[in-house]
Design a protein around this ligand. Structure first.
Ligand code: BG6
Length: 479
């Protein structure tokens, strides 16, 4: 019999990441992270990465929306919306300020104790990402980030420290946020935020990416094993950015190009879910003469440390087409190989809005992975207008989220996909990861802060706040 409602216990909430909300970048012993050395950019512009913190530069994450000091009031608002879960990350550099210490920083751990206690007080389940674009900057300058195998040790030490400390407070974990963003290895932002890597002139960025990503999937598999040994009830997931890549036409070449694009974007989850590399990719490494450091012990760990569920973000879909000069591999270079899909509209930031793609995503992953899926990000960045009476009429956000929830429900109720929960991006306005803007707003709660850092930091409920409150109250029945 077809079910008509989402299952009881479906997790409804919202998501943020530590570096995009907390601020307090040098408080409580916190060290610099990669997010602390990125400047603010404009619409569809890339942020600059500076060598450390430079005088005269503006770093929007340093203060962000001051969640570090305001979290009790903010969590209260999330509880008012009816959240049953809240996704955030633990800023790695609060716990290991430099990244390579042997012992964690107590003040950092104590902050997350307070934060998680505050969530649990309202019955809000924390969903915690270990690494969300927040590697300690010292690991970048001293070790080249995930260029170095040693960084696996630093990461697993961090994972062990927080798994141990929050053993009884956090059940749902994610290892690396959007680990597959670096498929776009020619974009400085993705390699820097995923892996703490800056590519030197003359280097093969693609090979550098595959090596770093290998160390990360190994680090993830070790973290899964450590986590399960600390608390067998932990649910530890992988996390990918799921933008499906459609073929631009029905030409077989385009269809194969799209398949290669999907393989290139999702081998990360293949490995984390299945515990082994897909055959095409091991052949690809040989064909490209990538001489990677992949040991037998690594391969054994990948098998032992497969994830319990798959979390993913969904914002948009992509499209691609083959060129006249494909090599035998139909090599996919995301910086060059995407085309505009004329059938879907774009946001102000050029993101292709495609609600049905979410149903496609859920079906694709369900067929491939046979694991519970968790939509841990979905949302639209838009300019909001704060009215004189402190209201915000963000009907476009409501429309976007409603259209996506409709498709999620079709996947669950009609297609039988096992979806654990839905945490739209973002619970509250944040600093945009890719542009550093505050004006690219995502939240249900408006924060009075501008791109240049001015503003009172006061919080106001948007129309979407009340709409989402009703969605949660009806378990998604009334949209
Ligand atoms: C995802 C990230 O890429 O999308 C978030 O996990 C990010 O950190 C979100 O904020 C939206 O992207 P952006 O670049 O508009 O902030």
């Amino acid at each position: 019999m077809t079910k008509t409602t989402l299952p009881d216990g479906f997790l409804w909430g919202g998501a943020v990441a530590a570096h995009q909300v907390e601020g307090a970048y040098n408080v409580g012993g916190k060290g610099l992270s990669v997010a602390d050395v990125m400047t603010a950019a404009g619409n569809q512009e890339e942020r600059r990465i500076t060598a450390g913190v430079q005088p005269g530069e503006f770093y929007p994450n340093h203060e962000a929306v001051d969640f570090y000091h305001r979290y009790p009031a903010d969590i209260k608002l999330l509880a008012e919306m009816g959240f049953t879960c809240f996704r955030t990350s633990i800023a790695w550099s609060r716990i290991f300020p430099q990244g390579d210490e042997l012992e964690p920083n107590e003040a950092g751990l104590a902050f997350y104790d307070r934060l998680f206690d505050e969530c649990l007080k309202y019955g809000i389940e924390p969903v915690v990402t270990l690494s969300h674009f927040e590697m300690p900057y010292h690991l970048v300058t001293q070790y080249g980030g995930f260029r170095s195998r040693q960084t696996i040790t630093f990461f697993t030490r961090f994972a062990r420290a927080v798994f141990t400390r929050f053993r009884d407070k956090v059940k749902y974990w994610l290892t690396f946020n959007e680990i597959n963003n670096q498929t776009n290895y020619d974009r400085a932002f993705t390699l820097f935020t995923n892996s703490g890597i800056q590519v030197h002139a003359g280097e093969n960025a693609e090979a550098v990416m595959y090596q770093a990503a290998h160390y990360e999937v190994v680090a993830s598999s070790l973290a899964v094993q450590i986590g399960h040994s600390i608390n067998p009830d932990f649910q530890i997931g992988a996390m990918v950015a799921f933008s499906p890549v459609y073929p631009a036409s029905d030409q077989p070449r385009d269809v194969f190009k799209a398949q290669r694009a999907m393989q290139s974007r999702f081998w990360f989850s293949d490995v984390q879910v299945e515990g082994q590399y897909p055959t095409w990719l091991t052949r690809y490494f040989q064909a490209k003469h990538f001489d990677l450091d992949i040991t037998q012990a690594d391969l054994a760990n990948l098998k032992r440390g497969t994830v319990d569920y798959l979390g993913f973000s969904y914002y948009m879909s992509f499209a691609t087409q083959a060129t006249d000069h494909e090599d035998d591999q139909f090599s996919y270079n995301e910086a060059h190989d995407l085309v505009t899909n004329r059938f879907v509209p774009q946001s102000e930031w050029g993101w292709q809005v495609d609600p049905q793609g979410l149903r496609y995503a859920l079906n694709w992953m369900n067929d491939r992975y046979h694991l519970p899926l968790f939509i841990v990000e979905n949302g639209i960045g838009a300019i909001d207008q704060l009215e004189a009476d402190h209201t915000v009429h963000d009907q476009y956000r409501i429309d976007y989220l409603r259209d996506h929830i409709v498709q999620m429900k079709l996947a669950v109720l009609e297609d039988g996909v096992d979806v654990m929960g839905y945490t739209p991006w973002s619970a509250i306005d944040i600093v945009s990861a890719s542009t550093g803007q505050l004006s690219k707003r995502y939240g249900f709660i408006y924060v009075d802060r501008n791109d240049d850092g001015s503003g009172s930091l006061a919080r106001y409920r948007k129309d979407s706040f009340y709409w989402y409150q009703h969605v949660i109250a009806t378990n998604g029945a009334e949209l």
